[in-house]
Design a protein around this ligand. Structure first.
Ligand code: ZN
Ligand code: ZN
Length: 295
C-alpha cells in the first residue's frame, strides 16, 4: 500500500525515522522489555534505564534519537516512561522476519522442471525479497515477493513451495471476492488475452488499493473441494509439484461449450483414475463441478 492514510502517517516518513541503528536499538530494547518483564511498574522504561540498555553514553545524542521515534513508534507515559506503540510492535515483527534488513540471495538454480511454453529448464533465483522463475528464453513463470525469513534455507525449491502456498491463498481470497491486500470487496473476471498457451486469465484488480492479481485461469480452481478430492484420490496434493506443471494450471479451458451458456468457460482435468469437469461463469464463479471416477 502506498500513500497517506486518512489521519495517519506517511509510511515513507515513518520508516525514515528508523534510519539509524540507535533508533532500531531503542525499538528492539522496548520490545524485549515487553516480552520478558512484568508491567507492574507500568509499561516501558524510564529514560536512563533505556539509554543504558541500548548502550549509548551520550545522553544528548540518545535523547535526540528517542525524540525522532516519539509519536509513531514510541510514546511516553505521564510518569515519564517510554513504551512501544502498536506501530512500533509491527516494526519489530518486520525486523524479526527480516523484511527490511536482510539481503538473502539464493540461486540462480536450474530447476528439475520444464517451461510450459518452450520445454527448456527454468531457472529459479531469490534476491532480496523477490523470487523469480524464468526459462532461458525469458518466459517468466513465477514472480513473487516473499520475506527473506522464508529464504533462510539451503535450496531454492522450499522457497518456491512457500511462495506457491501464499500465491494459492491469495488466489483463494481474490476468488472469494475480497482483495488479498486490503480486504476490500472486488470484482473478478476471466479474461481472454493474446498469449501463447494461456488464452484465458483469472483477473482480480482492486480499485481501493490498486493491487492486481493475474493468473492462469485454471488456478482459480485451487479452492474447489472437488479438485482437492481428485488429487487426494491419487495420493497427491495440489502442492506436490511446481505449480506451472500441475494439471489444473496447464489446462487450457474451453470457451463457450456447445451445449452451455455462451459466456461460460469449461475445464476438464483428467488424472489417471478420475475426471473433473468444471464450468465457470465469466466472473469466475463456479456454475458446475462434477467428479467422475475412471476405471
Ligand atoms: Zn520457456
Ligand atoms: Zn485492495
Amino acid at each position: 500500500m502506498t500513500g497517506k492514510a486518512e489521519g495517519g502517517t506517511d509510511p515513507s516518513e515513518a520508516f525514515a525515522a528508523l534510519g539509524d541503528p540507535v533508533r532500531v536499538g531503542i525499538i528492539e530494547t522496548l520490545a524485549d522489555r515487553d516480552r520478558t518483564e512484568s508491567q507492574s511498574n507500568g509499561p516501558g522504561l524510564p529514560f536512563s534505564t533505556l539509554r543504558k540498555r541500548v548502550g549509548v553514553a551520550d545522553s544528548g545524542r540518545f535523547r535526540y534519537h528517542l525524540e525522532q521515534l516519539r509519536g509513531v513508534f514510541v510514546e511516553q507515559t505521564a510518569a515519564g516512561r517510554y513504551y512501544l506503540t502498536a506501530a512500533g510492535g509491527q516494526v519489530v515483527s518486520a525486523i524479526v522476519s527480516g523484511t527490511y534488513t536482510d539481503h538473502t540471495i539464493l540461486g540462480p538454480t536450474e530447476l528439475n522442471s520444464s517451461c510450459p511454453l518452450c520445454s527448456d529448464r527454468p531457472i529459479g533465483k531469490y534476491d532480496r525479497g523477490v523470487l523469480q522463475v524464468a526459462c532461458p528464453n525469458d518466459h517468466q513463470l513465477f514472480v513473487w515477493v516473499l520475506a527473506p525469513n522464508a529464504a533462510r534455507v539451503e535450496r531454492i525449491e522450499p522457497v518456491i513451495d512457500v511462495a506457491t502456498r501464499e500465491f494459492f491463498h491469495t488466489i483463494e481470497m481474490a476468488h472469494s471476492g475480497f482483495c488479498p491486500d486490503c480486504f476490500s470487496p472486488i470484482d473478478t473476471a476471466l479474461e481472454r488475452v493474446d498469449a501463447p498457451n494461456q488464452a484465458i486469465r483469472f483477473c482480480a484488480p482492486c480499485e481501493s488499493c490498486g493491487s492486481t492479481l493475474d493468473a492462469p485461469a485454471g488456478l482459480c480452481l485451487v479452492s474447489l473441494s472437488e479438485l482437492r478430492l481428485l488429487y487426494h484420490h491419487h495420493d497427491r496434493s495440489i502442492y506436490d509439484r511446481f505449480w506451472w506443471q500441475q494439471e489444473f494450471a496447464r489446462n487450457n479451458p474451453q470457451i463457450a461449450p456447445p451445449d452451455g451458456d455462451p459466456e461460460s468457460i469449461s475445464f476438464e482435468i483428467g488424472l489417471e483414475h478420475g475426471l473433473l469437469d468444471v464450468t465457470l461463469s465469466e466472473t469466475a464463479s463456479v456454475i458446475d463441478a462434477s467428479l467422475t471416477a475412471m476405471p
